[in-house]
Design a protein around this ligand. Structure first.
Ligand code: 2AM
Ligand code: CA
Ligand code: CA
Ligand code: CA
Length: 273
């Protein structure tokens, strides 16, 4: 419980730091490609969280998007999995629609997760086994929905690529409508709070979903990769997160028919973070 309150405290403090510095000049660099950005704020937020955790819990280990724990290759002990700013493109272009995402796992078991919508000051939080909350209000179990009346979230880029177009177009076509928010952590939080019914993506890193996974599973959400397997916290993964019946419908009727194609896409692709 002390650890849980500490998690929430430092998340809110990190968010406040970001809000206070929003009008300071940003230093923007590119990573793997010209659209893959990182700012001084991503790095400073990860450092702030890292330093606070190390000061208070020196034996805890930390994996973060911006370089922390690169060499960690097992889940022994207490592990924090941190995305200091999820939705960096939104942060840079919109100054909103980004989140701080943190999941804590103990010997590989879920302990607690937060997804903090910094600009709206909305904290999604969950301690495994104790339910999920949005700004202190307990979230109901999510409703079961057929695809035909579901809003699904997906990055439209997957519909433009030759190797994935045929897999995902039927999903979008048969849904009620599709959305794209640009923050995987918020997508998980939106499934958990019943704003959308599923989120499907082909490539996430553990820090994108570690917090959201714990939150959404507390309200009955199902999270697997697109082959229907459990996700791996130490590697990149494909993702399907949805209410239980919709998850079954998406797997059985839309993804399993492309099992061979999806297996080919998965081969080798997700062996690293
Ligand atoms: P980020 O902003 O922390 O990088 C946007 O569609 C979502 O995908 C965000 O959660 C974003 O996280 C993540 N993302 C951005 N670039 C990515 C990449 N090259 N590989 C995987 N996920 C990425
Ligand atoms: Ca990034
Ligand atoms: Ca991210
Ligand atoms: Ca990030």
């Amino acid at each position: 419980m002390e650890l849980y309150n500490f998690l929430k405290d430092i998340t809110l403090q990190a968010g406040e730091n970001i809000r206070k510095q929003l009008n300071e000049p940003l230093l923007i660099e590119t990573k793997s490609n010209p659209n893959d950005l990182v700012t001084n704020m991503d790095k400073a937020t990860e450092k702030f969280l890292f330093d606070r955790i190390q000061d208070t819990y020196p034996d805890h280990r930390i994996i973060g998007e911006e370089g922390s724990g690169k060499d960690i290759d097992n889940l022994n002990g207490v592990i924090w999995i941190i995305d200091p700013i999820d939705g960096t493109l939104n942060f840079v272009h919109q100054q909103e629609n980004f989140a701080i995402s943190i999941g804590i796992f103990i010997d590989g078991e879920k302990y607690a997760g937060v997804v903090y919508d910094v600009m709206r000051d909305i904290l999604f939080e969950a301690r495994a086994g104790y339910g999920a909350y949005k700004n202190g209000v307990k979230l109901e179990n999510i409703t079961e929905t057929p695809l035909a009346t579901s809003i699904i979230s997906m990055n439209p880029n997957w519909l433009t690529k030759d190797f994935t177009r045929d897999i995902y177009i039927p999903l979008v076509r048969d849904s009620r409508s599709a959305r794209s928010y640009g923050s995987a952590a918020l997508d998980f939080a939106y499934v958990a709070s019943n704003k959308i019914n599923a989120y499907i993506t082909l490539r996430l890193h553990p820090w994108d979903f570690a917090g959201g996974l714990i939150i959404v599973e507390e309200v009955g959400g199902i999270v697997t990769n697109q082959l229907g397997e459990p996700v791996n916290l130490l590697t990149a993964n494909s993702i399907v997160v949805a209410n239980k019946s919709l998850h079954t419908e998406i797997m059985n009727d839309y993804l399993s028919p492309f099992k061979l194609e999806l297996e080919k896409i998965h081969q080798g692709r997700f062996s690293k973070r």
